[in-house]
Structures are given as structure tokens and as C-alpha cells.
Design a protein around this ligand. Structure first.
Ligand code: DMJ
Length: 456
């Protein structure tokens, strides 16, 4: 909580209304992910501040959203980023506080995202103009105008809630169409490649990853099942089939005995695991309980513990005790980065996220110990005079800072740390599902399909 207050106070003092704080130069950063939208750190922080009892700060954030979050702005935005941070943040704020204004804002924003689905297949493109034209594009870097699995596959939770709150089924229809298309497609070895053409509906390249470009698609399958009060059987089946294919094709054991998830390029393994892929310890753990036999349940819990252990090793083997952006298991490497360009840490949450889930699932004290190591490392290497900053090289103890306090640090990293050291009845996993930006959304119970904001 004191870390959150420090990060927030500095954002407020030096970057208020901008998207992120630049803590070394003490100014704001806008970037190009959110079109004309501003205040990403504010929207991403609403629920963290509220949950942590920082109510004065929450009040400032709420008042800014009410008076200054301008949704009429246009500009090119990432559909995925706007959805997970703004839609997710506003939905959580509404459900936690019951404040009507959040509902109005999120419904207004949700409508602006709908034109992105106007493609021959209904698979949205990655970039959308938030203005009245609603034109959309694929990312210039995505091969052959393709859409990205982790982007169009990470809308389901938020869009179901948009339908729930608006009474308009269109949001659910859009994401169910994506689901159906993916379900009926031919999948190489049962795996989901990362690039899909929104025009032809076929895979563009056979690159498969549980890290960047693929990650939260898998997360949203199991979470869709859990958020449906365990009624969405299609999501459940797709999740366990995908996990079986991942285990059969990507899960590896290193020479030193560490379990990791490699990447797959047309059948050839790249023995690398990204920091982003470390969310999978928590995901596999969260999904373990609903596997269909006691043996499988135990197996998935073991797999989750092994992956989380590997991710902890990637932290433990660095000078700063923070983990690199990507680590390898070839050429003699064991959970360490071998390329200079992979050595940075940008305040990402995924490893701590897995500690939090594994703590809730097992109560093994080592997860709190590992979380505390991360707190100490963040304080020592990332805290600067005016906020928290990412670092360029986790293997060097004389930190070179990147001058960026990412909004997901406030939304995810600090929230997961707070939950790791809180009682299990704060946002119990039976009642809440966290979107991929750590914004809690309530389980939709069949009995209460009419909207009803939950108390915190
Ligand atoms: C966050 O915005 C989300 O967790 C997303 O799913 C992946 N990248 C960042 C954090 O690393």
C-alpha cells in the first residue's frame, strides 16, 4: 500500500492526466496505444486504490474520470489495450463501488469499439480509430495484415460484462463469433498459432507462444468458464484441449531440471520463455481444480508449481533479483537471458501474479517469501526519487533506469502484491475473475443475470 501511494502521489504530482509518469524527468508520457484517450494510470489505478483503502486518492481518480476522461477524442488506438485497461478498469470500478458514472462511461466507450469487428470474418483488426469513422487497421508489423491471437482472444470477459450492463447482446455476439471461428478451425497439433487473417479467417504463420502474442487468449478461455459460474462448457473444453496440446508440444524440462514453456515455429522449438509467459503458472494453477480426474488436478497443480518455480529462478539468478524480459534454456543457459536486448525489466506483473494465485491455491509460505524478495528488489532497484522505474539490465546492480512507470505497475504488479499478503476473502477467487490487466470482474451467476453492483 505504501508503494502504491508513493507511485500514485508522484504520478499525481508530475503527470496528472497523462497516461504514465516518467519518474526521472518528472513529466508525463502519452504514447500511441490509446488514441486520444488520456489518464491510463488513473483508470488502471481506480480499483487498486479502492481495494487498498486509499480512499482519498480513489476519490481524486474518480473525480478526474467524471470531469476529464474525454471519450469523444479520436486517434488510432490498440483495441486490446483500450479494452483491457480502460474497459476493464471502468467495469471493475463500477462493480466495486456501484458508482453509476463508471457504467455510463464504459458503455459509451464500449460502443466506440464495435466498428473494429466490421471485417469479412468478424475477427477485429488490432488498431481502431476511436473517432466517428471507426476505421480499423492491422498492425504494420503483423505479417500479411493479420490479427493477433492474444488481442482478438482477450475481449471475452469485458464484452460479456458490457452486454450484461447494457442489456445489448451485441458484445456477446461479437466475442462468441470469434470463439466459434477458433473452435472450428484446423489447428496444427491442436495448437493455436498467433497470427490469423481477419479477411480469410486462416492462420497466417505457424508461430505458437504462451508468452507475447498468444498469452491472454489461453487465460481468457479458463477465466470465461470461471466467470460463467462454470456453465460455459465450450470455453472449458477449448481450454483443456489447448493445455494438452501445449503440454505435448511446448512444455520442456531443462538440463538442470527446470520446467518451461518453449515457443514453437512451424514445429521447431525455440527454447525461450518470455516474462509474459510467466502468468501461466497462475493460470494452470487456477484451472487445475476443474480438470476431470483427481490425477489431472494434481498434475496441473504440480505443473503450475514447477512453472512458477522456474520463473522465480529467472529472478533469483540475476544480480537485482528481478527477472529479464526473456530467458533461455539453450547454449548452456538455464533461466537466464543470453541477449543484451532481453535483459530489461519494465515493472511487469506476471511472476508476482503467479505467486499470488499459487499462494491462494496452496498456502505454501514460499510464495509469500518470493513475493517479499520482489518487494525488496523493486524498492532497491526500481524506486527512484519520484516514482518507480523499469531498469535496462537485471544483471547489473548499478541500475540504469528506463524512466517509465508503466500503468500496469499500479494496476497489476502492486495489486497482486497486495493480494498476496491479504486474506483470501479479499476478492475471493470463487466470486471474482481478474482480467488480464488485474481488474476484478464478478462471476455472472445465472440467478442474478440482472445487473447488480457487488460490494467490495
Ligand atoms: C499487461 O498490460 C497485461 O498483463 C497484458 O496481458 C500483458 N502485458 C502487460 C503486463 O506485462
Amino acid at each position: 500500500m505504501t508503494m502504491m501511494k508513493f507511485a500514485w502521489d508522484n504520478y499525481k504530482q508530475y503527470a496528472w492526466g497523462k497516461n504514465e509518469l516518467r519518474p526521472l524527468t518528472r513529466n508525463g508520457h502519452i504514447g500511441n496505444m490509446f488514441g486520444g484517450l488520456r489518464g491510463a494510470s488513473i483508470v488502471d489505478s481506480l480499483d487498486s486504490l479502492f481495494i487498498m483503502g486509499l480512499l482519498e486518492e480513489y476519490g481524486d481518480a474518480r473525480d478526474w474520470v467524471r470531469s476529464s476522461l474525454d471519450l469523444s477524442s479520436n486517434g488510432e488506438a490498440s483495441l486490446f489495450e483500450v479494452n483491457i485497461r480502460y474497459v476493464g478498469g471502468l467495469l471493475s470500478a463500477y462493480y466495486l463501488t456501484g458508482e453509476e458514472m463508471f457504467k455510463q462511461k464504459v458503455l459509451e466507450l464500449g460502443e466506440k469499439l464495435l466498428p473494429a469487428f466490421n471485417t469479412p470474418t468478424g475477427i477485429p483488426r488490432g488498431v481502431i480509430n476511436l473517432g466517428s469513422s471507426g476505421t480499423s487497421w492491422s498492425w504494420g508489423w503483423a505479417s500479411a495484415g493479420s490479427s493477433i491471437l492474444a488481442e482478438f482472444g482477450t475481449l471475452h470477459l469485458e464484452f460479456l460484462h458490457l452486454s450484461q450492463l447494457s442489456g445489448n447482446p451485441v458484445y456477446t455476439e461479437k466475442v462468441m463469433n470469434i470463439r466459434k471461428l477458433l473452435n472450428r478451425m484446423e489447428k496444427p497439433h491442436g495448437l493455436y498459432p498467433n497470427f490469423l487473417s481477419p479477411v480469410t479467417g486462416s492462420w497466417v504463420q505457424h508461430h505458437v507462444s504462451v508468452g507475447g502474442l498468444g498469452d491472454s487468449f489461453y487465460e481468457y478461455l479458463i477465466k470465461s468458464y470461471l466467470m460463467s459460474d462454470k456453465t460455459d462448457q465450450e470455453a472449458k473444453t477449448m481450454y483443456y484441449s489447448a493445455l494438452e496440446a501445449i503440454e505435448a508440444n511446448l512444455v520442456q524440462k531443462s538440463v538442470g531440471g527446470l520446467t518451461y514453456m518453449a515457443e514453437w515455429r512451424g514445429g521447431i522449438l525455440d527454447h525461450k520463455m518470455g516474462h509474459l509467459a510467466c502468468f501461466s503458472g497462475g493460470m494452470v494453477g487456477l484451472g487445475a481444480d476443474d480438470a476431470d480426474t483427481p490425477q489431472k488436478r494434481q498434475h496441473y497443480l504440480d505443473l503450475a508449481a514447477e512453472i512458477t518455480h522456474t520463473c522465480h529462478e529467472s529472478y533469483a539468478r540475476s544480480a537485482t533479483k528481478l527477472g529479464p524480459e526473456a530467458f533461455r534454456f539453450d547454449g548452456g543457459a538455464e533461466a537466464t537471458a543470453t541477449r543484451l536486448s532481453d535483459r530489461y525489466y519494465i515493472l511487469r506483473p506476471e511472476v508476482i501474479e503467479s505467486y499470488m494465485y499459487m499462494w491462494r491455491l496452496t498456502h505454501d509460505p514460499k510464495y509469500r517469501e518470493w513475493g517479499w524478495e520482489a518487494v525488496e528488489a523493486l524498492e532497491k532497484h526500481c524506486r527512484v526519487e519520484s516514482g518507480f522505474s523499469g531498469i535496462r539490465d537485471v544483471y547489473s546492480s548499478s541500475a540504469s533506469h528506463d524512466n517509465m512507470q508503466q500503468s500496469f505497475f499500479l494496476s497489476e504488479t502492486l495489486k497482486y502484491l497486495y493480494l498476496l499478503f491479504s486474506d483470501d476473502d479479499l476478492l475471493p477467487l470463487e466470486d471474482w475473475v481478474f482480467n488480464t490487466e488485474a481488474h476484478p470482474l464478478p462471476v455472472i451467476r445465472q440467478a442474478c443475470l440482472q445487473e447488480a453492483p457487488a460490494a467490495a
